[in-house]
Write a protein that binds this ligand. Sequence first.
Ligand code: ADP
Ligand code: MG
Length: 248
Amino acid sequence: MPNQTPHPVVLDSVTRLHGTGERAVRALDGVSLRFARATMTAVMGPSGSGKTTLLHCAAGLDRPTEGRVVVDGTDLTGLDEHALTLLRRDRIGVVFQAFNLVSALTAAQNVALPLRLAGRRPDPGQVADALARVGLADRAGHRPGALSGGQQQRVAIARAVIVEPAVLFADEPTGALDTGTSRAVLALLRELVDRHGQTVIMVTHDPAAAAWADRVVLLADGRVADDLDGRHDAPAIARRMADLEVTA
Ligand code: ADP
Ligand code: MG
């Protein structure tokens, strides 16, 4: 990986209001977090606690009302839309619960898409490598409709990491998958971290998914309510979540 920034993502006192005046919702309220390179962080919290807003602000898909976000050493605050689009394209990977693949394109064409959008001619070897990395070398010519949910999510991950982003964001990446398939996707994310030095930030409500992470950040009411360093098992994470829901 070309990127050597020790903290590919930094949030500094990030506040995000939705709406204005008396009806404004404080989705994030002064959140400061640093995410270390080659680690996997799970962001958890009750529904409405600000998880998606945090991910969108950190991925340059939304702008904070106050505070700043620094990705791969670049402060997003001062960037105009064009510069932000380029940074998102070249340095940030995102995967979603619903995979968001282009149904008319094959797996290989989907994976090559970010390179094409960047005006680069996709090198077939690079696309084949990306598919091999997610265990789908033999599915290159399949369209999404001919792949299982887990396979589609793995194609989406290959597409997200083919540009070697400084950070890979995932919003409920296993939310639409069964337990066994979820494990395969989580094992893949883990492998990207451990073998390829990828930084992963994953939003999840599932303690079993968060148990794969090196760190669990718990949000409540738009604030960091807890920050668990190191691996924790699912029951321990579930207990901490339950404590939060009671006090929230
Ligand atoms: P989570 O992902 O943890 O469920 P969100 O980040 O989606 O939480 O939402 C945090 C809070 O901000 C919630 O109260 C939600 O209703 C509110 N919110 C999120 N997006 C918008 C929006 N576009 N307009 C108004 N309120 C929003
Ligand atoms: Mg959400």
